[in-house]
Design a protein around this ligand. Structure first.
Ligand SMILES: C[S@@+](CC[C@H](N)C(=O)[O-])C[C@H]1O[C@@H](n2cnc3c(N)ncnc32)[C@H](O)[C@@H]1O
Length: 247
């Protein structure tokens, strides 16, 4: 597969704290952004948890009109500004804001952004419903979601216990963890308790949020796993392009 955005020789290989094999970054950009370029080209994009600017940069390369990256760790925002400057991005086309995603989203006006990216963040929080409510209240056209999911299977007996008369079906479940906030990719804020939803719950939350969505297919034969995207292939990490419905 040839990549429209190539991370080889970019500073992100040094500054990113996320898994940063070149091929993984190239595939993430290709499948999450390039193959959804209708949601990026000429669009105003909000990159939640923008880290060192790696996907803000990709959006600009793919012709986004304007991109705002939100990231609460000031050292990462410094890296992001320096990275995009050194890569020659036009400073009037992007901005990095040092903020918590929830706080920032509550200041966003309706239709201020066409597309919201939520990459590598949905499992670093415990209030996924609140995040989706905030996102939908800003009325974006598209949400691109990329997240690890929990694949722990509840024993049948436990599932039976959850079922009550008024329960139509079990939508999914979430496993809670405590993260070490010393890591530059962990949750940020007053709580280090985070919830990792399973795949069914992610989909139930998207439906509940009023989104039509399509799962991005990482099992296409052209997507070759050299050990760097096994999580995507095994669907312990999943991604979606979601569109808001008008109702
Ligand atoms: C695993 S990294 C993901 C980075 C990038 N989006 C990606 O997918 O590769 C998680 C990022 O979320 C940021 N983060 C943690 N808590 C946050 C919050 N409350 N609001 C916004 N970003 C947050 C971290 O600082 C870190 O940069």
């Amino acid at each position: 597969m040839s990549f429209t955005v190539e991370y080889q020789n970019t500073p992100f290989l040094k500054t990113s704290r996320v898994k940063k094999d070149v091929s993984r970054l190239n595939y993430r950009c290709e499948l999450l952004l390039t193959q959804n370029s209708h949601a990026i080209r000429n669009k105003r994009v909000l990159d939640l948890a923008s880290h060192d600017g790696l996907f803000t940069y990709a959006c600009l390369k793919l012709g986004a009109r304007y991109v705002v990256g939100v990231e609460p760790r000031s050292n990462l925002v410094s890296d992001a500004n320096e990275n995009l400057r050194s890569l020659g991005c036009k400073t009037n086309q992007y901005e990095f804001v040092i903020d918590d995603a929830f706080d920032y989203l509550s200041t966003v006006e309706e239709e201020q952004f066409d597309t919201i990216l939520c990459f590598g963040f949905f499992y670093h929080i415990k209030n996924q419903t609140e995040l989706l409510d905030l996102i939908t209240s800003t009325k974006p056209k598209y949400l691109i979601l990329d997240t690890f999911v929990e694949d722990f299977q509840l024993p049948k007996a436990e599932l039976h216990g959850i079922r009550r008369r008024e329960t139509k079906k079990i939508a999914g479940y979430m496993v809670f963890y405590q993260e070490d906030q010393d890591f530059d990719m962990a949750s940020f804020g007053s709580s280090n308790l985070v919830g990792m939803p399973n795949k069914s719950l992610v989909e139930a939350l998207l439906i509940d949020g009023g989104f039509n969505f399509k799962q991005i297919n990482w099992n296409d034969e052209n997507v070759i796993d050299r050990g760097d995207i096994t999580d995507y292939k095994k669907q312990t990490r999943v991604s979606y392009i979601a569109e808001t419905t008008d109702s």
